[in-house]
Every structure is written in structure tokens, then in C-alpha cells.
Design a protein around this ligand. Structure first.
Ligand code: NAD
Ligand code: MLT
Length: 314
């Protein structure tokens, strides 16, 4: 049980978060993204803070925040933008809302696969620029193609289900998912070495960890069919950006769909501007439904804390 009287809401967290907290008698301050100095100042007068992706709660911020802060909540999956070790050392609890945006991220991934196969963004841009070009944008059917899914967690398995409806064969790799469980989702479980040569499309759905950093890199492109297409709606850096650019130029990679980047927003636009790349500015979870769900879940988790109920999302 924790005494949470005042919560700071940042990064345009859906207003339902504030409404639920207020209803429980908790007072709320709302800001957009704050500069570091202002963030530190605000944290000193709040018991808890809720962020999405934009605000980074670094070791320096945690250390400078004063002694009042007790909870950091991330309205989203993962806690990449929070220094959990520094928070834990200071006795500050870190919570997130895994699952609240799963369907939105899965749908965005499927939209990316479809858009890649038919050059939708490129053809749309060409027509808007006055070019009626049907020859350049000769697409390919998804039916009968093989989708390799790396990471069969919440999002990976929802992507499998949806792309099977297009007639794709789904194969996958996840060290934590037994082969018979994956088979139950219609996914043939393979080692990474077996996965790469069979893939027409690769989609990654793992967290960014030391062992998943640059997981799809030069060696993978060399092991894949020429022209393999790659989708990353997980985290920037799981696909090696330098290796991807090289593979796109050489034809080893036939196209890439990127929602996430090593640097967000990217300052080097070479990848985004590549003619074979389609891209979105980290929109995977950016739907009305997902944002409402994660905001609601986070508020409920904080209210539960104040009432001494069992905690989730920690
Ligand atoms: P999850 O925890 O349910 O699943 C992740 C899976 O990856 C787990 O099953 C785990 O065993 C597996 N995994 C870990 N290391 C692996 C490896 N080396 N090879 C293969 N599999 C491995 O997570 P999730 O909810 O499915 O989210 C997946 C990713 O998507 C996360 O990075 C998350 O932050 C990201 N995400 C992005 C957006 C967006 O807006 N673009 C939205 C939601 C989630
Ligand atoms: C997430 O991990 O939940 C996201 O990438 C989505 C977001 O923060 O908008």
C-alpha cells in the first residue's frame, strides 16, 4: 500500500487517466513533454509520474527528483525510457501496462506488411504528385508467402493469426515458447538458422535487449532469400540500420517497413527517404483505443496501490 496524493501526467497520456485518479481523490497535474530541469522540479512535488515514450526518466532525473517520488508509471509496453535500476535503488516502483496496446501494434504490423507488398505509400505519393505509374508498382500477393516472426509474445502471435487469414505461412522463433504451443497458433517453430532461408517477410516482436540488438544484420541478410522484406514495429536497433541500408541498396532486402528507429525522431533521414522504405513515426500503439486502454490501466494500477490491492504491471 502506498500513499499517492499527487500524480504528474506527461506525454499527452489519455485524459481518462486523470479522470480515474481524480475520482479516487488523487490530485493530478498535466503537462506535455517537459525540459529536464522543469521535469526534475515537478517530480519533487509529486508522489507519482505517468509517461509514454517521449519523456526519459534517466538516472540523473531519478537522483535529482527529491524524496517524494514513489512510483513511475509507463502507459505502454516495456520500460525502455525509464532507468529502472536507478529507480529501484532509490526505492521508486516502476510500473507499465503490458498488453494494453497489443492489438494496435499487431494491426499496425499487418498494415505494414500489406503496404510493403503493394507499394501503397510510394504509389500514393506518386499519384498525388501527378504520376499515373502502374508499371513501377507491380506488387506481389501475400497468399502463399512465408512470414517469419521473431518473438512470439503478445504481439507476435496476434500478427500470426491475422496474416494467416491472408494465406501466409507463419514460421517463428521464440526461446520462451515451446514448439507445441506455437503450433497451436499455427506457427511452425524453428531455430533462427532454419528461419532465415525460408522467409519472404521478417517481422520482429522482441524487446530491445543486449541479445536482440542488431538481431537482423548483415549475416541474416546473407542467409535470407534475395529480396526478403523486413518489418520493425518493435524497437529501433533490433534491425541493424546500417546493415539494412546496405541490403536495400544491394537488393538483398527488397523493402523495409519501419515504425521505430534507433534515434527518435531520426536526425539522419537516409533510411526513411530510401525508395524501398516505408515508415511511420512510432505509431504502433497510437490509436484511440490503445491510448485509452493503457491510460485507464495505469490509473487503475495507481488507485489499487493506494488501496493496498494486489499490484499488476510491475
Ligand atoms: P512480449 O513480452 O509479450 O513478447 C516479447 C517476446 O519476445 C517474448 O515472448 C520473448 O520470449 C521474446 N524474445 C525475447 N528475446 C528473444 C529473442 N532473442 N529471439 C526471439 N524472441 C525473443 O512483448 P510484446 O507486447 O509482444 O511487445 C513486443 C515488442 O513490441 C516490445 O519491444 C514492445 O516494446 C514493442 N512495442 C512497440 C509498439 C509500437 O508502438 N511500435 C507498441 C507496443 C509494443
Ligand atoms: C510501447 O512500447 O507501448 C510503445 O512503443 C508505444 C508508445 O509508447 O506509444
Amino acid at each position: 500500500m502506498a500513499n499517492i496524493e499527487k500524480v504528474l501526467l506527461l506525454d499527452a497520456v489519455d485524459p481518462v487517466c486523470g479522470a480515474v485518479l481524480r475520482e479516487a481523490g488523487i490530485s493530478v497535474t498535466t503537462h506535455g513533454k517537459l525540459a529536464k530541469e522543469q521535469l526534475i522540479q515537478e517530480l519533487a512535488t509529486h508522489d507519482a509520474v505517468v509517461v509514454r515514450s517521449a519523456t526519459r526518466i534517466t538516472e540523473e532525473v531519478v537522483a535529482a527528483a527529491g524524496g517524494r517520488l514513489r512510483v513511475i508509471g509507463r502507459a505502454g509496453t516495456g520500460v525502455d525510457n525509464i532507468d529502472v535500476k536507478a529507480a529501484t535503488r532509490k526505492g521508486v516502483l516502476v510500473m507499465n501496462t503490458p498488453g494494453g496496446n497489443t492489438l494496435s501494434a499487431a494491426e499496425h504490423t499487418c498494415a505494414m506488411v500489406c503496404a510493403l507488398s503493394r507499394f501503397l505509400p510510394q504509389a500514393c505519393a506518386a499519384l498525388k504528385a501527378g504520376r499515373w505509374d502502374r508499371k513501377t508498382y507491380l506488387g506481389s500477393e501475400l497468399h502463399g508467402k512465408t512470414l517469419a516472426i521473431v518473438g512470439l509474445g503478445r504481439i507476435g502471435r496476434e500478427v500470426a493469426k491475422r496474416m494467416q487469414a491472408f494465406g501466409m505461412t507463419t514460421i517463428g522463433y521464440d526461446p520462451m515458447v515451446p514448439a507445441d504451443v506455437a503450433a497451436g497458433w499455427g506457427v511452425e517453430s524453428l531455430s533462427l538458422e532454419q528461419l532465415w532461408p525460408r522467409a519472404d517477410y521478417i517481422t520482429v516482436h522482441t524487446p530491445l535487449l543486449p541479445h536482440t540488438k542488431n538481431l537482423v544484420g548483415e549475416k541474416v541478410f546473407a542467409a535470407c532469400k534475395p529480396g526478403v522484406r523486413v518489418v520493425n514495429v518493435a524497437r529501433g536497433g533490433i534491425v541493424d540500420e546500417a546493415a539494412l541500408l546496405k541490403a536495400l541498396d544491394s537488393g538483398a532486402c527488397g523493402g523495409a517497413a519501419l515504425d521505430v528507429f534507433v534515434e527518435e525522431p531520426p536526425t539522419d533521414m537516409t533510411l526513411c527517404q530510401h525508395p524501398k522504405v516505408i515508415c511511420t513515426p512510432h505509431l504502433g500503439a497510437n490509436t484511440v483505443e490503445a491510448q485509452r486502454r493503457v491510460a485507464l490501466e495505469m490509473a487503475q494500477q495507481m488507485v489499487d496501490m493506494t488501496k493496498g490491492r494486489p499490484l499488476t504491471g510491475i
